[in-house]
Write a protein that binds this ligand. Structure first.
Ligand SMILES: *Cc1c(COP(=O)(O)O)cnc(C)c1O
Length: 359
């Protein structure tokens, strides 16, 4: 029996995709082997990775002057790869809205001058700071954001005013959850294990003029965007099986109607939970309303024992991985693309019942 899995990542994937992968496990489309066993240089695999890129380009409407790279090392490897490749002046501005942005900011300090130009740490990252007129550095190579804060449950609803500087965004936990205008960014990246596929793959969408040999001295070959772009993500063995699953998820999203349809569904789904949190006397959302994420919903009862009791009873009832991140406590429901609305409706029913029984 499948549970309702509210994990922040690795996270729920569409059942149709898992079923298809299961059907193809022993014999991928008459090749007589699993995709896991196949050469990444084979004709069969070449079609898998090319189709994945084409479908992603189609879904996100990615302009031709952007490269799409399927890399490995998770989102965290990008914390270093970005400064190594983009810090030409060795200066970058970071907006720190959570642990992931903070880690990226700290990593960048190894390579140059990373400036924290805004932060919401003063209120446990429960809001997105006003980014309409920030002190952007004159010589900044880029401005960095984490667009959806997985741990704290906040999301940038408007992009920062970068005053003409290149914008770099970590979209790990909101990837393909809604349409985005790629042309507003210099680089978009995300680990796929939150909303797209199995852990190990990180997708980078980067404007072509930033893909150059001009990187910081000492940058390892594997950490150069250019080597991967020149080799169409096949410089070395890519995370081949993971990319195959990503490709299936892209097709699944297209079948749902694309990113606009995904957004509509995600809004409807999140509203079920947020509306309940707003009316409940026991459960409270922890985030400023206008900054609420559609993907990650942290909430608390205000009583640690009651929180623990809730998490335990919810798990027994088939609602799993609701324990909040260790840095926030309480609960967090991650309701990514593949979480059906019934999962959220049933969770709310369960919460309502729990509130009645524990009032
Ligand atoms: C999970 C996550 C990361 C880290 O991903 P890894 O693949 O484990 O390195 C980075 N940024 C955000 C926003 C995340 O949600």
């Amino acid at each position: 029996m499948r549970v309702y899995n509210f994990s922040a990542g690795p996270a729920v994937l569409p059942e149709e995709v898992l079923q298809e992968a299961a059907d193809e496990m022993f014999d991928y489309q008459g090749s007589g082997m699993s995709v896991m066993e196949m050469s990444h240089r084979s004709k069969v695999y070449d079609k898998i990775i090319k189709d994945a890129e084409a479908d992603l380009r189609d879904l996100m409407n990615i302009p031709d002057n952007y490269k799409v790279l399927f890399l490995q090392g998770g989102a965290s490897s990008q914390f270093a790869m970005i400064p190594m490749n983009l810090m030409k002046n060795k200066v970058a501005d970071y907006i720190v809205t959570g642990q992931w942005a903070k880690k990226a900011y700290q990593e960048a300090q190894i390579y140059g001058k990373a400036n924290k130009i805004a932060s919401s740490e003063d209120e446990t990252f429960s809001y997105i700071p006003d980014c309409s007129d920030l002190p952007i550095s004159e010589d900044a190579d880029y401005v960095y954001i984490c667009e959806n804060n997985t741990i704290y449950g906040t999301k940038f609803k408007t992009l920062p005013n970068t005053k003409g500087k290149d914008l770099v965004s970590d979209v790990s936990s909101c990837f393909l959850s809604e349409p985005m205008d790629v042309s507003k960014y210099a680089l978009i990246y995300g680990g796929v294990q939150k909303n797209i596929g199995p852990a190990g793959v990180v997708i980078v969408i980067i404007r072509e003029d930033l893909v150059t040999e001009d990187v910081l001295p000492g940058t390892p070959t594997m950490f150069k965007y250019k080597i991967h772009a020149d080799n169409e993500s096949l410089y070395n063995t890519p995370p081949a099986y993971g990319i195959y699953i990503c490709g299936k998820v892209f097709k699944w999203i297209k079948k749902q109607g694309g990113l606009a349809a995904m957004k509509e569904y995600n809004e409807k789904k999140a509203k079920v939970l947020y509306d309940f949190l707003d009316e409940s006397k026991m459960f409270k959302g922890t985030v400023r309303k206008e900054d609420r994420s559609l993907m990650n919903v942290p909430f608390v009862t205000g009583n640690d024992e009651l929180d623990a009791k809730f998490v335990k009873e919810a798990a027994a009832a088939g609602f799993v991985n609701l324990k909040g991140h260790r840095s926030v406590g309480g609960m967090r429901a991650s309701i990514y693309n593949a979480m059906p609305i019934e999962g959220v409706e049933k969770l709310v029913e369960f919460m309502r019942e729990f509130e009645k029984n524990n009032a």
